[in-house]
Design a protein around this ligand. Structure first.
Ligand code: ADP
Length: 451
């Protein structure tokens, strides 16, 4: 069963049950109240009659009084000791065949009488002959039957009439709830079939859950599309980047094949070029793997780490590998919660860039601020043109192709640095002035109790 039909069916059924229950409640309350009213009226007139009878001394006079008090559509009977029928009068036919006998232990007795209900009561009284008799009064409830019938008709009519707006509103409700879901299903099916990322129209001001669902779906689609485009771009950039060294290797290999035997100096040149390109390719592949690994949040393990030790280690590595002086300034000890392995990798990437793109010393400044610890890696090299700064974290982005060919860069270093920074929950800032140098700042969050 479709959701729309379910909502429609269930809400209509619920409302119908509610209406029927409330109508039944009203009907039975009315029925009970009416019986009570009839009973009190009958009792009232029976009591009046007993008062009048008590004053009588003559049986004939008593009979006249009884006739005056017989209820319309009813009967009166005087029963003596041992159930002896003393007198009975009636204003309706049929009582001579079967006279309703009130039960002693009940307030009043209801018995079926000629298709109606007859309400009977019995009260004791003194008969003019001084005998204690039972006065039985019966009223046939003809009006009540008509009233109840009318009430039933009115209630059925009202229920049927009320069902019209109920059915309309439950259909509208079903449509309101299912329309956005149908739109979603439609968009998802279309996206699956066409391989695109289709969004759905959502009311901008919509605040309810259905509007939120639509907005979240659209956001999800945007994110999926962005990720898809990123992956697509990465694969195309990576294959493009790998194509250059492979082409170089291939052309040198062919050259060796053709003329390598005759010209030994060519062989050396070709082998050097092949080795260089292979090294470059290996580096690039390692960096690509790094990029994939650093993307996984699970690979980050946070524990209390001394930042100063990390910075000193990274600086020492650069100095011993490339013979470049790195000066570290700042507190001798600075403990904070971070992933030491990833943070060191980040420092090495930034220090390596500072080394590659400058000739002079490199400074690292560790500064303790209120909520943050700033680690600044400062070099005095060529700097980066302002227009390139926004794209530095893009994969394979390089400033000035020639310059980087010389340094052997891949354009992946800062992209990896950015991924690590996200994984560590830090922020990277790059400030640079062409001809003067570059400062890259890592903003680490300091825990209140760390230091
Ligand atoms: P690469 O492997 O080419 O160094 P990166 O992603 O690390 O790739 O850097 C991207 C670009 O940013 C490089 O092309 C380089 O020109 C520039 N760059 C990065 N760091 C510095 C720096 N400290 N000084 C000058 N230029 C830099």
């Amino acid at each position: 069963m479709k959701l729309k039909t379910k909502i429609h069916f269930l809400s209509t059924l619920m409302m119908l049950i509610l209406l029927i229950l409330s109508n039944l409640g009203i009907y039975f309350t009315f029925d009970r109240t009416q019986h009570k009213t009839e009973y009190s009226q009958l009792l009232g007139s029976a009591k009046e009659l007993t008062v009048a009878l008590n004053k009588m001394t003559d049986e004939e006079e008593a009979e006249i009084i009884l006739r005056a008090y017989v209820p319309p559509n009813g009967a009166l009977r005087v029963v003596g000791e041992e159930g002896k029928d003393i007198l009975s009068v009636q204003s309706m036919e049929g009582f001579d065949k079967k006279f309703p006998i009130p039960k002693k232990d009940e307030q009043y007795t209801l018995v079926p009488f000629n298709g109606y209900e007859a309400l009977s009561i019995a009260i004791p009284t003194i008969w003019p002959t001084e005998e204690v008799v039972q006065l039985e009064v019966t009223q046939v409830l003809t009006d009540l039957k008509a009233n109840l019938k009318l009430l039933r008709v009115v209630m059925i009519g009202i229920t049927l009439f009320a069902m019209i707006p109920i059915v309309i509103s439950s259909m509208t409700l079903g449509r309101i709830v299912t329309q956005p879901i149908e739109k979603l299903i439609h968009a998802m099916t279309a996206s699956r079939k066409s391989g695109t990322f289709q969004q759905i129209a959502v009311p901008e001001q919509g605040k309810d859950e259905l509007a939120q669902m639509g907005q979240t779906f659209n956001e999800l689609m945007i994110q999926l599309e962005q990720n898809y485009r990123k992956q697509e771009k990465f694969v195309s950039d990576a294959s493009h980047e790998l194509k250059t060294p492979i082409t170089v290797i291939d052309s040198y290999a062919r050259l060796l094949e053709r003329r390598g035997m005759d010209k030994p100096e060519l062989t050396e040149e070709a082998l050097t070029a092949i080795r260089n390109e292979t090294k470059r390719m290996k580096e690039m592949i390692e960096q690509m793997l790094d990029l994939a690994r650093n993307n996984e949040p699970a690979s980050y393990v946070f524990e209390e780490t001394d930042l100063r030790i990390l910075v000193d280690d990274a600086a020492r590595m650069i100095t011993s590998a490339y013979g470049r002086a790195v000066h570290v300034k700042g507190p001798d000890q600075l403990k904070l919660s971070t992933d030491g392995t990833h943070l060191k990798q980040l420092l090495i990437i930034l220090l390596d860039n500072a080394r590659k793109y400058s000739e002079q010393n490199i400074d690292v400044e560790v500064e303790l601020l209120n909520q943050y610890v700033a680690v600044r890696i400062r070099d005095y090299g060529k700097g980066i043109p302002e227009k390139d700064i926004p794209f530095l974290f893009d994969r394979f982005y390089r400033v000035g192709e020639d310059r980087n060919r010389k340094t052997g860069g891949t354009g992946l270093g800062l992209a990896i640095a950015n991924e690590i920074s996200i994984g560590l929950g830090t922020k990277l800032d790059i400030e640079s002035e062409e001809g003067k140098g570059t400062v890259v700042t890592i903003w680490l969050q300091k825990k209140p109790d760390s230091q």
